[in-house]
Ligand binder design. Structure first.
Ligand code: SIN
Length: 187
């Protein structure tokens, strides 16, 4: 039996066969909306922002661990390799599952050398991008808000995700200046 750890869309939409799932934590890595998406939550030329993991010794990322039977593992990986083809690579990590069990799991993460990587930006710029982006899997704000909802449902905190979700709500509540643009000035 093998485990797969999800910390982004895989927490609310695994869409692969599994025998069991358990909330789990990954220490030493922080979840960040630093990966560009041109195949799910954006399009080429107007990428959305989705999560990846960045090494951070003090951080912990809450996600979902899925137990997959050996019989279907290769087929599941082939499906996930396709789904995560926009810059993600597989890696094996050590998790702490709910209840204290230690698990070794496969995770997809997108490092800074992949061509879609966007890196850090101010929260209001990230949110402006998320607010307007949309791709074949749907609007980018849905990705952010579903992740926030999942974290709250399982009683986990993630300051980065919560800050962006709050900023998105503030942005939507604020009256818009029709002359304002989110795009950087030319030059
Ligand atoms: C994940 O969910 O674990 C990877 C990133 C994503 O598909 O959103």
């Amino acid at each position: 039996m093998r485990w797969i750890f999800g910390y982004g869309s895989l927490v609310w939409r695994p869409a692969f066969e599994h025998l069991e799932r358990r909330p789990a934590r990954l220490r030493g890595w922080a979840r960040r909306f630093w990966q560009g998406s041109t195949d799910h939550r954006g399009v080429p030329g107007a990428p959305g922002r989705v999560v990846t993991l960045v090494e951070a010794p003090e951080a912990t990322t809450a996600g979902m661990a899925y137990r997959v039977s050996d019989d279907v593992f290769e087929a599941v990986i082939a499906k996930l390799d396709h789904r995560e083809k926009g810059g993600y690579e597989r890696r094996v990590v050590a998790l702490e599952a709910h209840g204290g069990a230690r698990l070794s799991a496969l995770v997809y993460l997108a490092g800074p050398s992949n061509p879609h990587y966007l890196g850090p930006a101010a929260a209001d710029r990230i949110v402006a991008q998320i607010d307007r982006a949309r791709g074949p899997s749907g609007p980018n704000d849905e990705y952010l808000l579903r992740l926030e909802r999942w974290l709250r449902d399982v009683g986990e905190r993630d300051a980065h995700v919560f800050e962006l979700a709050a900023a998105l709500r503030r942005r939507r509540a604020a009256p818009r200046d029709p002359r304002a643009s989110d795009r950087p000035p030319p030059g």
